[in-house]
Design a protein around this ligand. Structure first.
Ligand code: ADP
Ligand code: MG
Length: 239
């Protein structure tokens, strides 16, 4: 796999994704064209059912397009087999989900270290927890943490492997607006500090204000990509 440094973070042409449910075929994506530059904080907006999660999962290599061309950081994802897709996910993508998806029987530190072990470096787990403000919560289990704290653990976990691409599907969906802003701020800082490309899916129109790029989806199409000249930092969003 070669990944030319000057290729866009995401390049999509005519991406279609169909799901077969018995005799019925659902077209979740109906020909998506999209180009996202590297290092941007991308906010992907659209109503429920518009295809946001489907598109994010294709970009993350969790699933593959039915047709069309999709490349991330210069790597075409369409032709990859399962082994290559797994390697792609491991090397390139960090995921943050709405419901945190922490392992309930592991402490905060162990949840982060687990992913570190998978990629061969668990030594930074403590440091990463500290970087999301949770040094003093390291030995607590998810059930002993608030929603916002759990999501910060999930972000630390996503950052262990220093991915160039961070994908977050409704990461604030289960949080109050102030905690949500704190979580978004952590994701946003990854773009500013390390040049990570962050794609955050949300249905909250208010969050368009913090996107360097704002992508609108509707009924399986990208209907608009707006470049924001002066995005707000998430911490400056009015609660
Ligand atoms: P969003 O994240 O914007 O709410 P999704 O990408 O989850 O939208 O879904 C887009 C459309 O695809 C919806 O009509 C949904 O029902 C359908 N869909 C999503 N995932 C599946 C699946 N695994 N099987 C069948 N249909 C699906
Ligand atoms: Mg969704």
């Amino acid at each position: 796999m070669t990944a030319a440094a000057d290729s866009p973070a995401v390049y999509a042409r005519g991406v279609v994704k169909e799901y077969r449910l018995g005799p019925v075929t659902v077209q979740a994506l109906r020909g998506v064209d999209l180009e996202l530059r590297r290092g941007a904080f991308v906010v992907m907006l659209g109503p429920s059912g518009s295809g946001k999660t489907t598109l994010l999962n294709l970009i993350g290599g969790l699933d593959q397009p039915s047709s069309g061309e999709l490349a991330v950081m210069g790597t075409g994802l369409g032709g990859l087999d399962d082994v290559a897709l797994t390697a792609y996910r491991k090397e390139t993508v960090g995921f943050v989900f709405q419901l945190f998806n922490l392992v309930p029987t592991l402490t905060a530190l162990e949840n982060v270290a687990l992913i570190g072990e998978l990629v061969g470096d668990a030594s930074r787990a403590g440091e990463l927890l500290a970087s999301v403000g949770l040094a003093d919560r390291a030995n607590q289990f998810p059930a002993q943490l608030s929603g916002g704290e759990q999501q910060r653990v999930a972000i630390a976990r996503a950052l262990v492997k220093e991915p160039p691409l961070l994908l977050a599907d409704e990461p604030t969906g289960a949080l109050d607006s102030e905690t949500g802003a704190t979580v978004m701020q952590l994701l946003w800082e990854e773009t500013r500090r390390r040049g990570v490309t962050v794609i955050m899916v949300t249905h909250n129109e208010e969050y368009a204000k913090v996107g360097d790029l704002v992508v609108h989806l509707r009924s399986g199409h990208v209907t608009d990509v707006h470049q924001e000249a002066h995005p707000l930092a998430p911490r400056d969003l009015a609660g």
